[in-house]
Ligand binder design. Structure first.
Ligand code: PRX
Length: 676
């Protein structure tokens, strides 16, 4: 009997299926002040006008030398945007604002400790700090144009200062999310070939001062084992002049940045004239295989797209107080805390800690105190805020004109609470759909032009032309009512340039499936595959359901199932591991970990706890499984493939379907009983 092909559990399969909601229109007050109110923008950015339409984005920036070719496709799908142009991202985010906004706040820093109040860094001060840090990186650390440097920094102004200092020198920064483990940092140090690690001694989270420096020691040791020597570890102190970590400094390797900076007092560093296509940074993200992918973003294209989308979708004006509650360690923070808002000269808020610390009103007090008028966060945070304090926002006197949701599908119920309670019925909402790879938004409404629809991201952005293909490459039209693979027909400036050091993987992962001709230099032959499932309604709005690959979206961030599984296999007792996504009220999706043991080992609560701890250790607390199930055996096909679909159905209390074709159908019953 031929073996029945069974699809693996994907997020799309367990995604919520809500109905199309009614449209909600922006207020006349919002429209009256909006940056983009011209509906003809969609015609100007039609496929017929591609790629020249993106001149509008490039013109938001200041160029040393204006570009002469808008899009070079000669090495498709590794595109070069704004070829021949020269610019510097640090200059665009800092120097060029001095003439008008020198004394205006660039960064509002909010310590997690209430008693520490607020720190307001003006553009002038940012300019000074970035220059002095750039001088230190150049002279003391010996970094130069094209070098990679790994940052493992928490949420303080030291992080954007370091990023902008790197950008000033043309050094490619690779920031690792602060909550990630030393091992995760090591993997990224090795892959990027960094010989300098920039970290911090400590930071606050949930009221505790966490020792961060210890992770640097782990990272450097692990990198060395793999042959990547880090010769300098630069440590920013949470309290300059005071050591907040019990972890000792290593003589001749570790230096407190604050100390060394004294030698660079007053230093000024001329920004490097970078070519538009020179890399600006790497941002690692999970893929279907264990190894994270270093998404390489270019200078001109990325910055133009981050600035343009910040202006037209985020509706940022220089006078706005803008708060994106993401972490700068994710792409959202790079594009929409640092590069986008600062390129536009806005005041951007950086909050160190947890939105609900020490109580459910904290976020709204920050908004009130700083008079924040643009607010940006993920459904995970919205669900958490709604759960702990559904009536809190009404107690505070802040007024948002604009709110964003990003990173995962938002349930219409949650959207409505966000709109009514957080936005007080006054703020428009944009549901922005995009990815680490895409640098900026793929789908969203333009807030003054298109109405909102709860639960739908909206149409493709101007100049972004999504298309849904079925598995055979047939187009699923608007209103087809069927989900398929959402792809983008054309390149755009914010798109990543390649996977660092692995062009073949870049081509295969994102274009392999639907490329029409791998020798083609014509962008029309290279649709970009996002790896998400989506449906398009009759009105052209897209609803993104979730991942189609082995990636789990936890709290709006991607974790590879293979990464999680190999972390469990670090425990000697574990023979096999399989991870499946489980729906969760707050986090959207959380991982359930199934393991089977090697002969001679017995299941116990201690062992389950050990496996859970291994995931936190290897990847970080974000990877903590919902539950570790120690099972007698994994359900397998006759060819020995683990059937994640069945485990997923059990975890989600769904229907396991027909299991008779399995090699060991009896094990399904045993696991089902365990889960009852
Ligand atoms: O599955 C999509 C989901 O998050 C993935 C990208 O994750 P990451 O690279 O970590 O970037 C997160 C921030 C951009 C996507 O492939 N996703 C992102 N935004 C949305 C979304 N799913 C539904 N609606 C969104 N607005």
């Amino acid at each position: 009997m031929a073996e029945k092909e069974v699809v693996e559990t994907s997020e799309a399969q367990i995604a919520v299926h809500w109905k199309e909601e009614d449209l909600v229109y922006p207020s006349p007050q919002f429209i009256a002040q909006a940056n983009m109110t011209d509906p003809e923008i969609y015609d100007r950015f039609s496929l017929d006008n591609f790629p020249n339409c993106f001149k509008e984005y490039a013109d938001i920036l200041t160029w040393y030398k204006y570009w002469d070719e808008i899009l070079d496709t000669s090495d498709a799908p590794c595109y070069k945007w704004f070829k021949g142009g020269q610019l510097n991202a640090s200059y665009n985010c800092v120097d060029r604002h001095l003439a008008e906004f020198k004394n205006k706040t660039a960064i509002h820093f909010v310590s997690e400790l209430i008693e520490e109040g607020y720190e307001h860094v003006t553009f002038q001060e940012l300019y000074v700090r970035v220059n002095e840090m750039a001088a230190l990186l150049k002279d003391f650390a010996g970094l130069k144009r094209g070098d990679r440097v790994t940052l493992h920094l928490p949420m303080t102004p030291d992080l954007p200062v370091t990023m902008l200092a790197c950008a000033r020198l043309g050094v490619i920064h690779s920031q690792v999310f602060g909550g990630f483990s030393g091992k995760a940092a090591a993997d990224r140090i090795i892959d990027s070939g960094s010989r300098v690690l920039i970290t911090a001694d400590a930071y606050y989270r949930g009221g505790n001062l966490l020792d961060h420096k210890q992770k640097a020691d782990i990272a450097v040791d692990m990198a060395k084992e793999e042959g990547q020597v880090v010769d300098k570890v630069l440590v920013w102190q949470r309290y300059p002049g005071k050591n907040s970590t019990p972890t000792p400094m290593v003589e001749g390797r570790d230096y407190f940045v604050n100390d060394v900076l004294k030698d660079y007092y007053g230093a000024r560093v001329e920004p490097e004239k970078m070519n538009a296509e020179d890399p600006l940074f790497l941002m690692y993200t999970s893929g279907t295989t264990g190894k994270p992918k270093g998404c390489q973003h270019g200078t001109g294209g990325y910055l133009a797209y981050a600035a343009g989308t910040s202006k037209f979708v985020q509706d940022i004006h220089p006078t706005d107080a803008y708060w994106c509650m993401a972490d700068i360690g994710w792409i959202t923070g790079h594009s929409y805390i640092v590069y986008g808002p600062l390129a536009l000269g806005a005041s951007t808020v950086i909050y160190e800690g947890i939105p609900t610390y020490p109580d459910a009103g904290r976020s709204w007090r920050i908004a009130q105190d700083l008079d924040v008028n643009i607010f940006h966060t993920a459904p995970t945070a919205i669900r958490a805020l709604r759960k702990v304090g559904p009536d809190e926002p009404a107690k505070y006197n802040y007024h948002f004109k604009h709110m964003t949701t990003v990173g995962e599908p938002i349930e219409p119920e949650v959207w409505k609470w966000y709109y009514k309670e957080v936005g007080k019925g006054e703020a428009i909402i944009v549901d922005t759909y995009w990815q680490t790879e895409t640098g900026g938004f793929l789908c969203s409404t333009l807030p003054a032009i298109k109405p909102m629809k709860p639960g739908s991201a909206g149409p493709g952005m101007p100049g972004i032309h999504p298309i849904i293909f079925d598995d055979d490459g047939k187009t699923l039209e608007e209103g087809a009512g069927i989900a398929g693979n959402i792809c983008i027909q054309n390149p755009w400036p914010g798109m990543f340039q390649t996977i660092w050091g692995d062009r073949d993987r870049f081509v295969e992962t994102y274009f392999g499936r639907y490329c029409k001709d791998i020798n083609s230099k014509d962008w029309r032959d290279w649709p970009y595959m996002t790896g998400d499932a989506a449906v398009q309604a009759e009105d052209g709005y897209f609803r993104v359901l979730g991942r189609i690959d082995d990636v789990i979206n936890v709290s709006g961030h991607r974790l590879g199932t293979k990464e999680l599984e190999s972390a469990a296999l670090v425990c000697v007792e574990v023979a096999e591991a399989a991870v499946v996504p489980v729906s969760d009220d707050i986090k959207g999706v959380v991982p359930d970990m199934y393991v089977s043991l090697k002969p001679g080992y017995d299941a116990s609560d201690e062992l389950a706890a050990k496996i859970s701890a291994a995931l936190c250790e290897e990847i970080g607390p974000i990877a903590k499984p919902n539950k570790v199930w120690i099972v007698p055996d994994m359900p397998k096909t006759r060819s020995g493939k683990i059937m994640r679909r069945i485990l997923g159905a059990i975890s989600n209390k769904g229907d396991v379907g027909d299991v008779m074709t399995l090699a060991n159908p009896e094990v399904v019953e045993i696991i089902k009983k365990m889960a009852e």
